[in-house]
Design a protein around this ligand. Structure first.
Ligand SMILES: [Ca+2]
Ligand SMILES: [Ca+2]
Ligand SMILES: [Ca+2]
Length: 241
């Protein structure tokens, strides 16, 4: 596992942003306390600061303020079938659990043994990020079938006993050559003995495509076309004189 560390200014204070490569996907984590200063509902500007720090400004963001998911998204949890429209009552108003607005997704989010939370995107994205709250057991993050480790072992994880406290904001990027990200899953802690599971909340689910890396061939092709056009023009001029 390779670790990269950089300092990032946010909300007037320096926060430690840590990213690491695990398997083929890059994981970057953010400490919620660096952005949400009161522990309660987000204050004006705090979500924008998180977006800027996480590099998700302009991404498609599911805010879980209504029951309809953003295009391309489905969620499967608590043994229910995957859905793009959440059941009524899925959203809850818990200020300290929200990462934007006033609501977060809760009712489907009981991490019961053998019932993972699976978020899918079709046709897939380069990056996906999510705010999770109330993760107080050792649940594992799996992206495109690759286990990236237990969330409570990640840098910037904040223990939040109970259901609501913000635990961590996580961004996952694919690396060049990796398949696009179509699935992010949280597997329940295999040691979780409580049959009632662990109540958790999720919010501020961002998905995005990144600008393509310019290839050398594109500018070279343009130069070649320009040269050929110049040659053709010169020949035409020569023939007409
Ligand atoms: Ca929300
Ligand atoms: Ca929505
Ligand atoms: Ca919990």
């Amino acid at each position: 596992m390779q670790w990269k560390m950089l300092l990032n200014g946010a909300v007037g204070a320096a926060s430690l942003v840590i990213s690491f490569s695990s398997s083929a996907y890059d994981v970057t984590t953010f400490d919620p306390n660096a952005f949400f200063t009161t522990g309660g509902a987000p204050l004006p500007g705090e979500v924008d600061a998180l977006d800027a720090a996480a590099g998700i400004t302009g991404f498609d963001i599911e805010r879980f303020e209504d029951l309809t998911l953003e295009p391309g998204l489905t969620i499967e949890a608590s043994g229910a079938a995957p859905t793009s429209v959440l059941p009524g009552g899925s959203l809850i108003s818990e200020p300290e659990a929200t990462w934007d607005g006033t609501l977060s997704l809760s009712a489907l989010m009981d991490l019961v043994p053998n019932q993972p939370i699976v978020i899918r995107h079709s046709p897939g994205v380069d990056a996906i990020s999510i705010g999770i709250s109330g993760f107080d057991h050792s649940h594992e993050l799996v992206v495109n079938g690759q286990n990236l480790g237990a969330v409570d072992s990640f840098p910037n994880y904040q223990p939040s006993p109970g259901d609501n406290g913000r635990s961590i904001y996580i961004r996952v990027d694919r690396e060049a050559g990796d398949p696009v990200i179509t699935e992010m899953a949280f597997l329940p802690d295999p040691q979780l003995a409580n049959p009632n599971g662990d109540f958790v909340r999720i919010d501020h689910l961002a998905t995005g495509l990144l600008p393509p890396v310019p290839s050398l061939s594109a500018p070279l092709l343009l130069v070649l076309v320009a040269l050929l056009s110049l040659v053709a023009a010169l020949r035409l001029r020569h023939q007409t004189h």
